[in-house]
Design a protein around this ligand. Structure first.
Ligand code: 3PG
Length: 307
């Protein structure tokens, strides 16, 4: 019998797990769960006899893939798949997929939750500021960026976006202003919301030159990945621009230095929270389960991300 593992170091909401289970059992498959695990060894041990696997940001390394001789498909229930060793999957003829768009609204809402909290001085009673009429630059106009644009328009913000892979006309049709480079985007905006994936090209690409172009009250919102930030530049920006704040859903490596030197000017979630809503868990988890059934039963490879 086809055995499907849900391996989530940060578990889905129980209602999403129940939905996944229903889809898997109705297909005549078996479901096993590894939730809240704390070491790679536990994952390696859990994959020994499984055919398919659903993960979130869980690290699917070559070691994990090699420990699973029956594995045919791994689905990352979410957008970014930098946690999967795609080459290792390809080498073992394992299909790797993501579930694009399924958790995007949750991530976009978190970007605003962070901005509002910061703008209102942590609801401390001190006088804060409003988002209306402020400029926001959306760095990459994919699924999350598009939700951010919709919400930003609702707040009455001036919305700009840069994305070399999406046409300017598409942005104009959505009622926002396209710009032709990252430099231009950062130069025009007080807020920047990051939505680029972590790839060889984007790692450490958010550097001092870009950041220092930002308008007064510069606020960088990172609900993407920590790896895209050049942290030496981040610290330099904090030191040289007293108006700079950093709001992030991913703790940076330099977290301790931020606490020592720049208290009050940054906000970090304790655990990556962007996709951690019941709605997003249901959307992404159930999509992942359906993709597994579609692949095992019909060979459907829609959303495959390795070749
Ligand atoms: C994603 O890439 O989908 C988000 O970063 C969410 O990641 P998570 O499933 O680990 O919360």
């Amino acid at each position: 019998m086809t055995k499907v593992l849900v391996a989530t170091e940060k578990p889905f909401a129980p209602v999403a797990v129940a939905g996944i289970e229903k889809i898997i059992l109705e297909a005549g498959f078996q479901l096993v769960k590894l939730e809240n695990y704390t070491s790679p060894a536990e994952l390696i041990n859990a994959v020994k006899d499984i055919d398919a696997m659903i993960v979130r940001s869980d690290i699917v390394s070559r070691e994990v893939v090699n420990a699973a001789p029956n594995l045919k498909i791994v689905v990352r229930a979410g957008a970014g798949y930098d946690n999967l060793d795609l080459q290792a999957c390809t080498d073992k003829s394992v299909v790797a997929m993501n579930t694009p768009g399924q958790n995007s609204n949750a991530v976009a809402e978190l970007a605003f939750e962070l901005m509002l909290y910061q703008a209102r001085k942590g609801f401390s009673g001190k006088s804060g500021s409003e988002l209306r009429e402020k400029s926001i630059g959306i760095h990459a106009y994919g699924n999350v960026g598009q939700y951010v644009a919709k919400i930003a328009k609702g707040f009455g913000m001036k919305v700009y976006a840069f994305d070399p892979y999406i046409s300017s006309q598409r942005m104009i049709d959505d009622g926002i202003t396209p710009v032709s480079s990252a430099e231009e985007l950062y130069g025009k905006c007080q807020y920047i919301s990051l939505h680029i994936p972590a790839t060889a090209e984007t790692k450490k690409s958010i550097n001092f030159d870009l950041l220092n172009r930002m308008q007064k009250g510069a606020t960088l919102v990172n609900t993407a990945r920590k790896e895209v930030i050049d942290e030496v530049s981040l610290l330099k920006m904090f030191a040289e621009r007293k108006d700079f704040s950093y709001l992030s859903d991913i703790e940076p490596e330099c977290k301790e230095q931020l606490a020592t030197d720049f208290a009050g000017r940054y906000l970090l979630t304790v655990k990556k929270m962007g996709a951690q809503t019941e709605e997003a868990n249901i959307n992404a988890g159930l999509a992942a389960a359906r993709q597994i059934v579609g692949f095992i039963k019909n060979g459907d490879k829609t959303y495959q991300v390795n070749k």
